[in-house]
Ligand binder design. Sequence first.
Ligand SMILES: *Cc1c(COP(=O)(O)O)cnc(C)c1O
Length: 399
Amino acid sequence: MNNGTIRSTMLPYGQQWIEDDDIEAVVAALKSPMLTTGPKINEFEQAVASFVGAEYAVAFSNGTAALHGACYAAGITAGDEVITSAITFAASANCARYVGANVVFADIDGRTYNIDPSDVARKITARTKAIIPVDFTGQPCHIDEIVKLARQHQLVVIQDGAHSLGAKYKGEFVGTQADMTMFSFHPVKPVTTAEGGVIVTNDERYYERLKLFRTHGITTTPFAKEQGAWYYEMIDLGYNYRMTDLQAALGVSQLKKLTPFIKRRRELAALYTELLRDVPGVTAPFQSEESESGWHLYSIQIDAATVCKSRKQIFEEMRAANIGVHVHYIPVYWFPYYEQLGYNKGLCPVAEQWYDQALTLPLYPRMQEDDVREVVYRLRQALMDGSQLDKRHSEVHHT
Ligand SMILES: *Cc1c(COP(=O)(O)O)cnc(C)c1O
């Protein structure tokens, strides 16, 4: 299947799959009277809620705005502490900063790479208000243990399910285990609205607060009768975080494909795992028996000592072969913004060691099996050169 020539275009690490029916759905919304906050928003919210089995869903302009809304709905304020994973996209932590809270980073579990409940337990203080666990790569976090801890300490759990729409935990879809769960609809995520986010919840109070926050803190319903139909009040400081009907129309169309997309991701991931089984120095992602991952990312570990080559070298060789490998994620507290707030290296040792060896391989539903074979072929090549190097090279490595 591969004659050694370099492919002509970069194989991305992730990519949307838009078909004619998706395009037609957006065009129909464009021709309708309502371009924003029209009937498609309700339809999309109901479709997401019913897919995961939740009572309520609130759509936002993006997943980060949705997390901000969830922090507001949970009543998190200045001085509170919020615990999240060291290995995640910055937004899982930033949302707590938006409402003035301090972020506490918990280390990851060395097998699943998800937030380690025992480290969460160690980091709970009298000021802790919420936990934001992340379903890293689409593999659900240890949510039962997190929720148990939260109940013991009266904390709110906001699950960052940006990667895990359609994934299952103990046989049930992610979305009803936490107090609120966020799904992102960015183009690389399981299904897309271009930009978009949704919070699902079973709690009516959170639902009401989420809707308030999404539209400037403005409410109309309680006053209409007394004051007149034009009347509204702004009862708190909210934002304009609304999703458009164009996006919601795309979302409704895309959601119909979530199940086949996830099925395809699982097939491709299984092929990777099979092909990587006998590659020395490579650890394929561990899959917990209690969950079924949605396989948003395929993240491997490369043992630099075994392969005698740095992750950076392997990354660059893969990129030179037009394989769009990536690294998800840099420990969030390493970023200058968080560093300036006083977080130091060494805070989460498991996460840091994991990060040094992490590499994301391309994975998305539209990929072909031959693409997977090509990625593994290129990876083997990149690793092989290394093992042929003089043994002495291995001594200058681990930094
Ligand atoms: C994508 C992502 C978000 C934010 O979603 P946007 O829709 O891009 O704002 C939050 N958390 C994680 C883990 C993500 O991957």
